[in-house]
Design a protein around this ligand. Structure first.
Ligand code: ARG
Length: 260
């Protein structure tokens, strides 16, 4: 009798778990009354999104704050999923996430697969290398090994540079890996966004960097959504409010320490 009961109970549990699994990879589910939105990001990108080593494993940064503020105003809860940058667009296409906040630039190519909000932050590319490498201009990169994050627009930038001066392009999944490869001498340089590179330049005293003068429109960040998501318009409205009432600027000062 007891055995039968346990078996029945186990079966019920299994059915429950299976049912939960069936919906668990569908983003935008409910927990209690509040709807939960799943945000996907690549938490290797301080001060946009990162985990502070030695502290909690919470993902913090500009994008995390922005996500919290917008979803709160819209009456949602937010759950953050960490993954490699190159998997983010796919996470939206497959319904694993409701939006991506990852310092992502709205490129024409990505726009074929996902929708973007308005731009919330603009940036430039920086070439980072060891001070003693003598790399101070694009011309100095001739014949050098240059690292970029896999799937990032910096990859495209490297290909552009390669048309001007021949370089060897290498990619890695995570930004700290690029830094590590420069340290170990496997890479001569890396292309990283200025706001993110700045943080590493402060830490790595024997590193230097120079900014590529190009159209800043090319490297801004926006929030990505699945195609035709109704969230895009809702998020844009909140973003506009936050731009107008100075809340966005507060986050800029908090995380980037200055003017945009
Ligand atoms: N803005 C660049 C891009 O969209 C790099 C973004 C990288 N973001 C990250 N979380 N690692 O390709």
């Amino acid at each position: 009798m007891k055995k039968g009961f346990i078996l029945l109970f186990t079966m019920m549990l299994t059915v429950g778990v299976l049912a939960a699994c069936g919906t668990s990879d569908k983003a935008n589910k409910k927990s209690g009354d509040k709807k939960v939105l799943v945000m996907a990001t690549s938490a290797d990108y301080p001060p946009f999104e990162y985990v502070e080593t030695g502290k909690s494993d919470e993902i913090i940064g500009f994008d995390a704050d922005l996500a919290k503020a917008i979803t709160k105003n819209l009456g949602y809860e937010v759950k953050v999923k960490d993954m490699d940058f190159s998997g983010l667009v796919q996470s939206l296409k497959s319904g694993q996430a409701d939006f991506v906040l990852a310092g992502m630039t709205p490129t024409e190519k990505r726009k074929k697969n996902v929708d973007f909000s308005d731009i919330y932050f603009t940036a430039h590319h920086l070439i980072v290398s060891k001070k003693d490498s003598g790399i101070k201009s694009i011309a100095d990169l001739k014949g050098k090994t240059v690292g970029v994050q896999l799937g990032s627009i910096q990859e495209g930038k490297a290909q552009e540079i390669n048309k001007e001066v021949p370089i060897k392009i290498e990619n890695r999944n995570r930004i700290p890996d690029l830094i590590q490869e420069i340290k170990s001498g496997r890479f001569d340089a890396a292309i990283i966004e200025d706001t993110v590179a700045k943080g590493y330049l402060e830490k790595e005293k024997d590193f230097a960097g120079f900014t590529l003068s190009d159209d800043p429109k090319e490297a801004g960040s926006a929030i990505a959504f699945p195609k035709n998501s109704e969230l895009t318009a809702k998020f844009n409205k909140e973003l506009k409010k936050m731009k107008d009432n100075g809340e966005l600027q507060k986050f800029v000062v908090k995380w980037f320490g200055g003017e945009q």
